[in-house]
Ligand binder design. Structure first.
Ligand code: ADE
Length: 224
């Protein structure tokens, strides 16, 4: 899968793609992440990318031309399945959306910034708008990093058996059960006996019970 991220501050999100599971996905040749600085597509001698909004009002708006130029340059080289825009009023990202996106080949993620983008970008160039939650970030970069992380780890072949996504919270509409590691007792705080019993069937049953209990307590809406 190839993900092209367009931003006015690409350096803000270089690091999340250079560690851990996403780096491993890149090393395995399963994921490519390319960051593009919108400024390189800016217009006039100042490489301008934003301007005041028509009708007045505070805040700068990203202009349509630099974004169109950048997206067109990418589209000239390959086909894209989705052109995503990060925005607090987009569709809420959840595990099933991440699952679906992880099966695509090429996507573009345009990060919003300042007051947002000229509406003509959203009308003519964007195919999907995604929000990572009902709060407002200073820009779409952190949202893009969250989206890419949630998708990248699900690309078939990225996770091995040990880190399988199948047991993640939400993957089956359930919250994952609690986990413990050594020591078996610390300050009198004990690991549940069943986990160190070696009895696989009982451990499976305990984990399922805990998952159901947690989901009922913490995310009752997942039961609906
Ligand atoms: N840009 C600003 N806030 C955002 C959010 N909550 N989700 C996605 N993009 C955003």
């Amino acid at each position: 899968m190839r993900i092209d991220i367009i931003s006015v501050v690409p350096d803000l999100i270089r690091s999340p793609f250079e560690h851990s599971i996403l780096q491993r996905a890149k090393d395995k040749g399963l994921l490519e992440v390319h960051l593009h600085n919108l400024r390189e597509y800016g217009i006039n001698n100042y490489r301008q990318v934003d301007d005041y909004q028509y009708g007045g009002g505070a805040g700068m708006v990203l202009m349509v031309e630099p974004i169109d130029n950048c997206i067109s340059a990418l589209k000239a080289k390959r086909d894209y399945d989705e052109v995503i825009y990060t925005s607090p009023d987009g569709d809420l990202l959840d595990q099933s959306m991440a699952n679906r996106l992880s099966l695509l080949n090429n996507i573009i993620v345009l990060c919003g910034h300042y007051k947002g983008v000229d509406e003509r970008v959203r009308i003519h160039l964007i195919t999907k708008e995604i929000s990572i939650g009902n709060y407002v970030l200073s820009g779409g970069e952190l949202a893009a990093a969250v989206i890419v992380d949630s998708i990248g780890r699900l690309i078939p072949g990225v996770l091995n058996n040990e880190t399988s996504a199948l047991e993640d919270s939400f993957q089956d509409q359930l919250i994952a059960p609690p986990v413990y590691t050594r020591p078996v007792e610390y300050k009198g705080w004990k690991v549940p006996d069943v986990l160190s019993s070696g009895h696989e069937a009982k451990i499976r049953e305990w984990r399922m019970d805990e998952s159901l209990k947690r989901t009922k307590e913490r995310r009752p809406e997942l039961f609906d």
